[in-house]
Design a protein. Structure first.
Length: 428
């Protein structure tokens, strides 16, 4: 495994904008031989942090706690639903993190954090001590926030908002749906994991239905009045799937308040009942369970953090990143979680070395696939000003409207390149 030299670490910090103006690395703050970092959650945020910690300083003892032996990415899971990709292509193992990067990967579930003792208890019975803790558990579903939408209902009306068995279930339902059937998607209010995700999903499912069941319809019932990249999605739908997708905003009674899995119906705030052949409910969410149990979340269900280094505002020495953290205007995306993971790794290394750490910058790009050869994107750069995360004016933007087919074709290829690059960056 290659590590980054002291000089290159300074350069890395300078690149993130994170080294204090006073600069230089002071005396080590923690004198022990091998500082210990425990990372909970081996997804986009957690695995990135673990890997970058070891790249920045191979002396750090890093333990990554992850329930699953394989990680199935949500990014590109919509393509699996649309029959454009196989599940295998979005499944990643942890061997490289173990063997190439020397990370102690433990497949178990963290059940409690003892902040006073600085330890994490695992379901398997063992306890891990840490000097610094990073928590990146992703999301939990708020069961029953939509009446009757509980874990049993999700077996008939999948959310597929965590990739895996739910993705397979929704795909098999779509394959069994009759031509001329109605696919209903229930979309949530902000904030939620992956703002463009529901609309990319409507696109990839439309792609499948257009060739396999062309008389079918897609109805999106939304708890919002607008959505990410709306103009670009609508343009793509009109071009590729004319008349197939109907989107109903919250103001037009699109907000669903109850479901009935027996009758395969959903009911809106104003009592209108819609019946579907396949129903995908993307319910309200909150930070993953361990963040709730460990007192890291506030009443919103998400975790307040200091945007400079993502240290919890509720517990010193604990960093919360990824979807679980309150980082708006950064969206809850894999790209954001990866970007935050790198910054947190640098912040922890700086803390161990007794170096100051200020003014980082973060980035996000979200590609969406509207059709096999039709990609669109949104990108932004973020900095911290007055202790607030802000989007840098003039950096980033969205794909141009009414671009010719070649531009959309190229963006679809960039999306594939992005997926290959980020999964390599996260899982090694
Ligand atoms: C359909 C869809 C499409 C998407 N497409 C994109 C995209 O194109 N680009 C993009 O950037 N983002 C995309 N996203 C968003 C992206 O998936 C998330 O933002 C990202 O996964 C967040 O990273 P995370 O580390 O917070 O959580 P995750 O990646 O979900 O990782 C959390 C991990 O923690 C583990 N875990 C949780 N609790 C515990 C515990 N107590 N003990 C041990 N392990 C635990 C879980 O098993 C999980 O592996 C998409 C999301 C969806 C739903």
């Amino acid at each position: 495994m290659k590590t980054i030299s002291r000089r290159n670490f300074n350069r890395f910090l300078a690149g993130t904008g994170a080294l204090a103006a006073s600069g230089g690395l002071a005396m080590p703050a923690i004198a022990q031989a091998r500082p210990r970092v425990v990372v909970i959650g081996g997804g986009f945020g957690g695995a990135s942090t673990a890997r970058y910690l070891r790249l920045l300083d191979a002396n750090i003892d890093v333990t990554l706690v992850e329930t699953s032996r394989e990680f199935i990415t949500c990014p590109f899971s919509n393509l699996v639903l649309g029959g454009m990709m196989e599940m295998k292509a979005i499944t990643h193992g942890y061997d490289a993190l173990r063997t190439k990067h020397g990370i102690n990967v433990v497949h178990d579930t963290a059940t409690a954090i003892d902040h006073a003792q600085k330890s994490v208890r695992l379901q398997g019975g063992s306890t891990l001590a840490y000097d610094r803790l990073v928590v990146s558990p992703g999301i939990d579903i708020r069961w029953n926030a939509i009446q009757r939408y509980d874990a049993a209902a999700a077996e008939k009306m999948p959310h597929a908002w965590r990739a895996g068995a739910q993705t397979t279930l929704l795909r098999s339902q779509l394959m069994a749906m009759p031509d001329g059937g109605t696919f209903i998607m229930v979309a949530p209010a902000d904030p939620f994991r992956c703002p463009p995700g529901p609309y990319e999903r409507a696109s990839t499912i439309a792609h499948y239905l257009k060739s396999a069941k062309p008389r079918s319809k897609i109805l999106i019932l939304d708890a919002k009045d607008s959505f990410s990249k709306q103009g670009l999605f609508t343009e793509g739908w009109n071009k590729l799937y004319p008349g197939m997708i109907q989107w109903v905003s919250a103001s037009n009674d699109g907000k669903v308040s109850a479901v009935d899995p027996e009758t395969m119906t959903v009911e809106t705030d104003f009592g209108v009942v819609h019946k579907g052949d396949v129903i995908n409910v993307i319910p309200p969410q909150r930070a993953g369970q361990i963040a709730q149990a460990a007192g890291l979340a506030d009443r919103s269900g998400w975790c307040p953090v200091n945007p400079v280094n993502f240290e919890s505002r509720q517990q010193a020495g604990v960093y919360v990143i990824g979807d679980a953290a309150i980082a708006a205007p950064m969206p809850k995306s894999g790209f954001s979680a990866n970007s935050q993971g790198k910054i947190v790794a640098a912040a922890i290394v700086a803390a161990f070395k007794g170096a100051a750490f200020t003014s980082p910058s973060y980035a996000n790009t979200c590609y969406s696939i509207v059709g096999t050869d039709y990609g669109i994107s949104i990108a932004a750069v973020y900095r911290v000003e007055n202790n607030q995360m802000i989007a840098v004016q003039g950096a980033g933007g969205v794909s141009v409207a009414n671009a010719d087919a070649n531009v959309r074709f190229q963006e679809a290829r960039y999306a594939e390149g992005w997926y290959a690059a980020i999964t390599q960056d996260v899982f090694g």
